[in-house]
Structures are given as C-alpha cells and as structure tokens.
Design a protein around this ligand. Structure first.
Ligand SMILES: [Zn+2]
Length: 509
C-alpha cells in the first residue's frame, strides 16, 4: 500500500534588506538537497535538512503509509536579499520537480518566511502560490515558518495550513515539523479542512523584544496556546509571528494566524485572532527596548566587585544578516583597558589564517574589518598574541546548535590587552559556549563575555549567566534594534514604534 503522495520542497532564507545579496556562493554553507538525498538525510544521521523538515518526514514515516516525493530543499544562512538569478533557478527547480512528479495529494513546504529576492519582495508567497497553482485544491499545502516570518496575504491564500515556531530562541523546530505532519494526516483523512483567520498589525518590533520567555510576546503566545487547547478541537493551530523588521517589506508586522479545523469554525478563529491581535496592539509599548549604551557598557566592564556579565553586540548579529566583524565595542573595550573579557566571534578568515601561520605565542599586528563593507563598519588595528588555534570542527552543546555539527573553519583565540577575541572563518552567530570552549577559553572565569548574537545566545549561555546578567549593548550594525538608524523603503507606514502615533483597530469581520 503506497499511501498519499506528498511533495517535499522549500527555500529558507532570512533576508536583511541592508546586507549583501545572497548568491550561489552562500549555498556552500547551507543546505542544498534535491531528490532522494532529502530522504536519506532525514532518515539517517544527516544534519543538513532544517530540523522541521527532518521531523516532518520522520513523523510521516511513523504515522502510516505515504509516498514522499522529494523535490528540493534549500536553506541558506541569514543574509541579504536573494540574487534574482539564484531565486529564479530555485523557483524553476521546484516548478520542474512538481510538474514531473505526477499526481500529488499534498505538499509540505519548508520556508523561513522572511525572504526577499531582487525584484520580488515576497518570494515565500511566490513559492507557495506556485505550489498551489500546480497542486489545486483538494490537494493539501502545508507550510512551516520561522517565528520571524513576515506573513503576506499571498502566503496565507496559497497554503491550507501555516505552522509557525513558538519559541525564541528557537528550540521547537522539530516539534513544529511534527505538528505539521500530524495536521496533514488529519487533512488527508478528511478529518480537517483548515481555513485561516489572519491579521497583521502595523507593529514591527526590533528582534530583541521578541523573546518568548518574556512579556508581552511570550505571554501572548502562551495565551494563544491556552485558547487553542480550550477550543476543543474546533481550532487546529495558533501561530503568532514576530516578523523580521530588517526585511523591510510592505508585509512586515506582527501577524496572528488562527486556523479553524473546518470552515464552520471560521468565526471562532476570527474572534480569537482579533482578541490576540488586540492584546498585542494594546501592549505595543512592550515591544520597545532601552539598550545599554556603549559608555554604560564600558563603565560596567571596568567596575570592580561585580558579578560576571554577558553583553550582546546587538547591532551585529550574523544570525540576522550582520557581517560578524563590526569593531565598535571591541575598540572601546580595548581602549578603556577592560580586563577579563572574552569576545566572540569575529568572522575574519584572513586573521585566522595569519594566526595559524604565525603559531601559538606569536604576536601579530592585525586589522579587524579591514575592508569595511557597510556604513556601520570601522577597521580596528591592534597587536594580538595568539593564545590558541583550532580547526573549527565542533558539535554544538546548548541551545540553537545543540547536537549540530558546526564547521567554522580555522579559528584562533587572540589576546589584545585584557580582551581575548575569538576569530572564525565561517560567518556564524556565537550562540553556544563551544565557540569559546573549542579554544580552551574558560567562560566561568571571565568577568565579561561579549557575543555577536542578538537573542539565541541566551539559550546557550543560560547556565553561566542569569537573565539579569545579560545586557544588550547599543552597537551600530545591520541588526541594530535602534530602528531610527535605518533608511526604510518597504515598511508599511505609519508603523509602530517608528511612528508612535500609529493607529489600528480590529476588523469588522
Ligand atoms: Zn527566527
């Protein structure tokens, strides 16, 4: 018995409008699978597929007969908009794969949901619309999206069900893939025919305010799940997307999606969507955040007799498209003479290579960020002693990267005054203690740890630093939470918090 034929496909990219284009070269560090290797990766020890896609496939395997039709799944590290040529290639690959697939009962589409392409502000919507065109109803289209997705009308119209992450830092990808598969089983069995109530607010929070351990966002997600549980099966899913402001599109904004299990329950889904959106709007001041200024951060770094602190270099998060090499805070710490500082990780392959050539104990003259690259970057030169060297092949230990193999390329620990700097050769956010531990650096002995990560480091470093020992420092860069620093072109205006007088009312459905 073959079971329903389900196409597997997707393109994942979180696009920061202000970062360099994502091109063919970015595929090397990402996931690029087509055809059978998708299944081999999911069912074996492969680690290339996004966790939700792996979980979707494994859950389908575990819950009955099916015939997977693996098309293509591509996932890139967060970057800028996708180059038009690359997006065209990926789109045509999906189109050709679906056209050649024969009759399909369903498609599972794995997307981030905050992609921008050159010439297309809604490529996620373009892909879902393409899938829907080739799989007309009653075929089922189910998609998973990152919590930071910017949800468009086109995406909601094309998919029967959209399932979003509910944790930030993200630790529930596998659970959401499983949830999507179980919902698809219900749909294929005729037990569910979801329709979605969708509201998007003119509210584009900086990412630092979207932690799900905190109010208002975490409380809102919890409330949505409680109401879902109380609905006794009449509703299928509640997803509340935080949006990724740096995509700078007209469909940016916190989005509430409530899927009714069947059209008869749409009114209930709409009431819940309106309730949740109204709460988010009423609590919009909670989606703003005062950061720690660089002078404050330096004063604290120098203060005697205090507990250890961890700083987020919030303006330069490679996980949000940041370059991973801005030097503003590093320069300030070195110039102030701060001691006992660990700072990771700078994406500087040239410096790592020079350190490996010179060897442990050597002192080099190094220039960080020598090429600049964005208006926020400045070079920083210093004498650096090579403390430790590594090959960057490590397995993540905690949080986002737990259990994942990381390939960071040649790495080094360099001492510059009282600051020990980690350099890596692959752009990655320092969300896990292994970025320091791989070079023998003792986080527990540091007075101040600084990470190029905006939020995901919290899950990785929680054993070392209580929440009140975490400070977000107001550094400039491509992921700065200070939205006034950017020249926005696509965002809907007025929008909160950029335009404090923005108004919104729930719709009269
Ligand atoms: Zn995300």
């Amino acid at each position: 018995m073959a079971g329903p034929r389900v196409a597997l496909l997707g393109v994942m990219l979180e696009s920061n409008r202000f970062a360099p284009l994502a091109t063919e070269a970015d595929l090397e560090s990402g996931c690029r699978l087509a055809g059978e290797p998708i299944l081999t990766d999911a069912r074996g020890d492969g680690q290339r597929l996004p966790a939700e896609a792996r979980a979707f496939i494994r859950t389908m395997d575990a819950t009955g007969h099916w015939e997977p039709v693996p098309i293509a799944i591509t996932a890139l590290y967060p970057a800028g908009p996708m180059a038009a040529g690359l997006f065209g290639d990926l789109r045509r690959e999906i189109e050709a794969g679906l056209e050649a697939a024969g009759a399909l009962a369903a498609a599972y589409v794995v997307l981030h949901g905050a992609m921008v392409a050159e010439g297309d502000d809604d490529p996620d919507g373009t892909i879902l619309a393409l899938v829907r065109r080739l799989l007309p109803r009653p075929a089922c289209v189910v998609a998973t999206l990152d919590l930071h997705a910017n949800v468009s009308e086109a995406m909601v119209a094309a998919a029967d069900l959209v399932v979003g992450y509910r944790t930030n830092p993200h630790v529930d990808q596998a659970a959401r893939g499983e949830e999507a598969a179980l919902a698809l089983r219900l749909m294929l069995a005729g037990e569910a025919a979801p329709v979605t109530a969708f509201l998007r607010l003119p509210l584009t929070p900086p990412s630092v305010t979207l932690l799900t351990a905190e109010a208002p966002y975490g409380t809102l997600i919890d409330r949505g799940q409680r109401r879902l549980a109380e609905a006794g099966g009449r509703l299928l899913n509640v997803s509340i997307f935080g949006s990724f402001v740096f995509s700078d599109t007209s469909h940016n904004g916190i989005a509430v999606l409530v899927a009714a299990r069947a059209p008869a329950h749409l009114a209930e889904a709409r009431r819940l969507a309106a309730d949740l959106a109204t709460i988010a709007w009423d609590e919009r001041q909670g989606f703003t955040r005062r950061l720690t200024s660089i002078p404050e951060a330096i004063a604290l770094a120098l203060a005697p007799d205090r507990e250890p602190l961890i700083y987020s270099d919030a303006g330069d998060n490679p996980g949000g498209g940041g370059s991973g090499r801005t030097t503003e805070l590093l320069a300030a710490l070195v110039e102030a003479g701060a001691e006992g500082v660990l700072y990771g990780s700078f994406f500087e392959p040239d410096i790592a290579e020079a350190a490996h050539a010179a060897g442990i104990g050597a002192v080099l003259e190094v220039t960080f960020n020598s090429e600049g690259g964005t208006t926020f970057d400045q070079p920083f030169s210093a004498a650096a002693e090579v403390l430790a060297l590594g090959d960057g092949k490590v397995t993540g230990r905690l949080g986002l990267y737990a259990g994942r193999r990381l390939v960071l390329g040649p790495t080094a620990a360099l001492r510059i005054g009282g600051v020990t700097v980690v350099v890596i050769s692959s752009r990655a956010q320092t969300a896990d203690p292994v970025f320091f531990e791989m070079l023998g650096l003792d986080i527990g002995a540091a007075r101040t740890v600084v990470v190029k990560s905006r939020g995901h480091f919290r899950a990785g470093f929680a054993p070392f630093f209580r929440a009140d020992r975490v400070l977000e420092v107001d550094t400039a860069g491509l992921t700065s939470p200070v939205l006034e620093r950017f020249t926005w072109q696509g965002l809907p205006r007025p929008v909160f918090p950029l335009d404090p007088e923005t108004h919104w009312q729930p719709p009269d459905w």
